[in-house]
Design a protein around this ligand. Structure first.
Ligand code: 13P
Ligand code: SF4
Length: 318
């Protein structure tokens, strides 16, 4: 049983105190709600969070993201306590790739090198030669000798994008992200017509019908960096809406428009491009998990060891 939280409690101050007392670090993904982004020690994309998890000397890691991110942190840190504010925070991509079906796919292509996206369960990582994120997927695939057959999964859109960038043929698993597949080409063309000065920036998990119109394609971190470095002042953002908070904070004078097919009310940061899994985490749950040190990620040691090597390769590349 978790005890109730005093409604008068200043959660920001309480989280800062608990972080010290528990010797904890908070790692948060850009798709987390703004309050969680504000209490994070490290805010980053999947690759940055994995790297931060590998480097930390804290006893406890609070991973504010989804389950595969916390699992990756645990694989890299068996001796540390890794907690996730809501254990039910999953990922449609990870779910789209059941281990038995993936093993059967792999068996059909003996000799193929397996590159799996970090958005997978530990069981899929354990069947992989390399893990990659959207930040380093092209570099990982390009590092494999030409002529080697490569299985890439589970995101088919990222897979197609990487295949074209690295100029390689890939054997693709047909998974998609429920957030990035919602962007609608017609709606985007309308937004582009309404904002002729704006750049469309898109995550490679979006479908080809969206990516073909994008001025810039990149991981969340690459898109954020671009908005800061670019002389442009208006951006249509085709990725999860949580990153708009970081983008606006980093470039206060610029305009960021969510590329979601529908908007709720007048708030352009609000719409269909929110990940229901990411949004299961709340500031209250961050407080609770720091206070109670649960829910904790627990992994079978044999599985952890098999998933470790491809993750270490991911952290090293790009
Ligand atoms: P990156 O953080 O690697 O850009 O991935 C986005 C994503 O969908 C995470 O779930
Ligand atoms: Fe998974 Fe997509 Fe949510 Fe990222 S945004 S956690 S890929 S469902």
């Amino acid at each position: 049983m978790t005890s109730e939280i005093d409604p008068e409690l200043d959660l920001f101050a309480a989280i800062a105190r608990l972080k010290r007392e528990q010797d904890a670090v908070i790692l948060a993904h850009y798709y987390q709600e703004p309050d969680i982004q504000e209490v994070a020690d490290v805010l980053g994309d999947s690759l940055a969070l994995a790297r931060a998890a590998q480097k930390t000397d804290k006893r406890v890691i609070v991973l504010c993201g989804v389950h595969f991110m916390a699992e990756t942190a645990k694989i890299l840190n068996p001796e540390k306590k890794v907690v996730l504010p809501d254990l039910a925070a999953g990922c449609s991509l990870a779910e789209s790739c059941p281990p038995a079906a993936f093993a059967a796919f792999k068996a059909k292509h003996p000799g193929a090198v397996v590159v799996s996206y970090v958005n997978t369960t530990a069981a899929i990582k354990a069947m992989s030669d390399y893990v990659c994120t959207s930040s380093n997927a092209v570099a990982v695939v390009s590092s494999i000798p030409k002529g080697t057959p490569i299985i890439f999964g589970p995101d088919i859109n990222l897979g197609r994008y990487v295949a074209s960038k690295a100029d390689r043929e890939l054997l693709l698993w047909p998974g998609t992200c429920i957030v990035h597949e919602t962007f609608n080409e017609k709606h985007l063309l309308r937004l582009l017509a309404e904002h002729p000065q704006a750049e469309l920036i898109a995550h490679p998990e979006c479908g080809p019908e969206v990516l073909q119109h994008a001025h810039v394609v990149g991981s969340t971190k690459a898109l954020l960096d671009h908005t800061q470095a670019s002389p442009k002042t208006e951006f249509i953002v085709a990725t999860e809406a949580g990153i708009l908070h970081t983008m606006r904070k980093a470039s206060p004078g610029k305009t960021f428009i969510a590329a979601a097919p529908e908007r709720l009310g007048d708030d352009p940061s609000c719409g269909c491009s929110t990940c229901p899994h990411m949004k299961l985490n709340t500031l209250e749950k961050v407080y609770r998990c720091l206070r109670d040190l649960k829910p904790e990620i627990v992994l079978d040691e044999d599985l952890r060891l098999r998933a470790l090597l491809p993750i270490e390769r991911m952290v090293a590349v790009g």
